[in-house]
Design a protein around this ligand. Structure first.
Ligand SMILES: C[S@@+](CC[C@H](N)C(=O)[O-])C[C@H]1O[C@@H](n2cnc3c(N)ncnc32)[C@H](O)[C@@H]1O
Length: 232
């Protein structure tokens, strides 16, 4: 069986889109983690998330895959308080920073799951439930032999599309042109999605704050490609 045809719900059976990195926290991040993670975060699992209970309210749900250090997450959460924002990230030091950013910004509409977004989407998020999905600067895996590790391949784009509700938006940003071209092709071929432009009406904020990846792209003179689809 090829890598891309392996079932999405068996992480050991497929190639994952993330690398293993050091999990250690600085003392300040450890303190933030110990104090706030139990309320704000949870590990990925196999049971559907009870999001209304966790957020303490019913509100449109926007999921960010690969939130990194949470800079964009916290800023966007502050700018769209009417939205429930769920960040999914495998990298614990990044999640600890997300917690710190959210506390510093005073935002209360962010929750986070630590683990593989593919697992979370497969088992823990209901079909037709999301107002939006954000994937900002997904790892481009530039070497040819690593292309199979790219997150936004057909099975995952289809999985995301099934979890969006009608009218929900998938927003992708990348500074890697070949990856942008590949994602554009996959998204345009997905029957559940229709490409829209930045000016289109959206159930979620489309203006992103600049993250360190975008800063680096700007310094390197690399253009950032924004891609948007709406669920039919
Ligand atoms: C290049 S970073 C971008 C971080 C952030 N979006 C930003 O713009 O600063 C990509 C992030 O995606 C995370 N990631 C990759 N695959 C993932 C997956 N399947 N589930 C959750 N997070 C993932 C990585 O750990 C990494 O932190």
């Amino acid at each position: 069986m090829s890598d891309t045809s392996a079932p999405l719900d068996r992480p050991r059976a497929r190639v994952v889109s993330f690398r293993s990195r050091r999990d250690a926290l600085t003392p300040a991040r450890q303190r933030a983690w110990d104090e706030w993670w139990p309320a704000m975060g949870t590990d990925a699992g196999d049971e559907p998330l009870d999001l209304a209970a966790w957020f303490g309210r019913e509100a449109p749900l926007v999921v960010e895959i690969g939130s990194g250090t949470g800079t964009a997450t916290a800023a966007m959460a502050a700018a769209e308080p009417e939205v429930n924002l769920l960040a999914i990230e495998v990298y614990r030091p990044g999640l600890a920073q997300l917690v710190q950013h959210c506390r510093a910004a005073g935002v209360t509409n962010v929750r986070a799951v630590r683990g593989d977004a593919v697992q979370v989407f497969t088992h823990q998020l209901a079909e037709e439930s999301l107002a939006g999905v954000r994937v900002f600067f997904p790892d481009p895996w530039p070497k040819h032999k690593h292309h199979k590790r790219r997150l936004l391949k057909q099975p995952v784009v289809q999985l995301i599309a099934t979890r969006l509700r009608s009218g929900g938006v998938l927003h992708v940003a990348t500074d890697h042109l070949p990856y942008a071209e590949e994602v554009a092709e996959v998204g345009d071929a997905e029957p559940l999605l229709t490409r829209v432009d930045l000016a289109a009406e959206s159930p979620m904020l489309l203006r992103r704050p600049v993250t360190k990846f975008e800063n680096r792209a700007e310094q390197a003179g690399t253009a950032v490609t924004e891609l948007l689809w709406r669920k039919r």
